[in-house]
Design a protein around this ligand. Structure first.
Ligand SMILES: NC(=O)c1ccc[n+]([C@@H]2O[C@H](COP(=O)([O-])OP(=O)(O)OC[C@H]3O[C@@H](n4cnc5c(N)ncnc54)[C@H](O)[C@@H]3O)[C@@H](O)[C@H]2O)c1
Length: 336
């Protein structure tokens, strides 16, 4: 009999690190991790690690011959800035890789007669505010508003949400007897801040980069204007949201794509918050006009009423608690 497992793709990245730690401690099912990179020494003995790409079909064929995959957390992706430098490669990983995984999950669902849960981290990049005036006028966007992404990454995320909805709700819709279909659930994340890992390749990276540079005593130049406003969230809340959504009973799930939110702030407010704890920090501004344009197209905040009402979402970390209890103590310890 095949062993029932949880699969995490992109497990060696920022969210992956935190999610794997959580699931090792809290899940009854063994965790299979898949990434282009080797598993870190801290987890290598606690997971079943497969090194490879989500674009490699033969690898999935091997995986399903050995394991019954119950839940997939599909984290592997090229992030927004990397994707702009390599749009075709981004499409290949972010869309083709996701499509292949959805297809595999759909056939596994049919085979076992029970939905495979497919948890997908989407992004505020799925939004595209046309100009700063509109961004200010609509500071709290709902899931279906302003879905006009201006980046390859955002377009990839929005399309993958559609693919997930298709495979869950419309797959084989012309068949006489429709088979059981997979259970796709997605979260649109704001910029995430971890105390333990540094981001790379994202456009919200200026926040965490400011903080980590300050803790290391390095000078940092923020690449967006001081009046740039977007939402952020502490990494433990991101992990909480993914697992809470995965565990929510079917009858609570009223839509397949949910906003979540914690706090929004200007780049200048982020800088002030960092200076509160690291008063010697040298943080200036050196605007990168193209990255600025991308940030200007993302909303100030996201309306997460649906996530609150449907599956009980609320962030544990507001701005103050995030810095005081999670980021600052852990980052200080890390760089001491
Ligand atoms: N970090 C954020 O602020 C944020 C915000 C919104 C959404 N997300 C989404 O969450 C997911 C995880 O983000 P993250 O911050 O951990 O990213 P990350 O860049 O830190 O990690 C991504 C991981 O995916 C792996 N990967 C890339 N291409 C792969 C491939 N072809 N096959 C297998 N593995 C591959 C990388 O090696 C890396 O370990 C992504 O889908 C991202 O779009 C992140």
């Amino acid at each position: 009999m095949r062993k029932k497992v949880i699969l995490i793709t992109g497990a060696c990245g920022e969210i992956g690190h935190a999610l794997v730690d959580y699931l090792i401690e809290n899940s009854d099912l063994p965790v299979v991790t898949l990434d282009l990179q080797d598993a870190s020494p801290e987890i290598v003995d606690k997971v079943i690690h497969v090194k490879g790409s989500v674009t490699d079909k033969s690898l999935f064929d091997r995986l399903i011959s050995e394991y019954e995959i119950d839940i997939i957390y599909h984290l592997a992706a090229l992030l927004s800035t990397s994707a702009e430098f390599n749009p075709v490669a981004a499409h290949n990983v972010n869309v083709e890789g996701t499509l292949m995984l959805l297809e595999m999950a759909a056939s596994q669902t049919e085979f076992r007669g029970k939905p495979v849960k497919f948890i997908f981290p989407s992004s505020i990049a799925a939004y595209g505010m046309p100009d700063l005036e509109t961004k200010t006028q609509f500071p709290n966007v709902k899931e279906w508003e302003w879905n006009y992404p201006t980046t390859m990454y955002g377009a990839n995320k929005l399309y993958c949400e559609m693919l997930g909805i298709y495979f869950s709700d419309h797959f084989k819709q012309l068949a006489e007897i429709r088979p059981v279909t997979l259970d796709f659930r997605a979260i649109r994340f704001p910029g995430l801040i971890s105390a333990f890992t540094l981001p790379s390749g994202g456009t919200t990276d200026y926040g965490p980069e400011m903080l980590h540079a300050a803790a290391k005593g390095e000078t940092y130049n923020c690449f967006v204007r001081e009046d740039s406003a977007i939402p952020f969230m502490a990494m433990p809340d991101a992990v909480k949201s993914l697992t809470l959504l995965a565990e929510a009973p079917d009858e609570k799930i009223k839509k397949r794509v949910y906003n979540i939110s914690a706090f929004s702030l200007l780049a200048s407010e982020f800088r002030e918050e960092v200076l509160k704890y690291f008063p010697e920090a040298k943080i200036g501004y050196q605007i990168h006009p193209q990255r600025q344009k991308i940030i200007d197209s993302w909303p100030i905040g996201c309306d997460d009423t649906a996530a609150q009402e449907d599956w009980g979402w609320s962030a544990d970390y507001g701005l103050e608690r995030c810095f005081e209890e999670y980021l600052v103590p852990n980052i200080k310890k890390r760089y001491e």
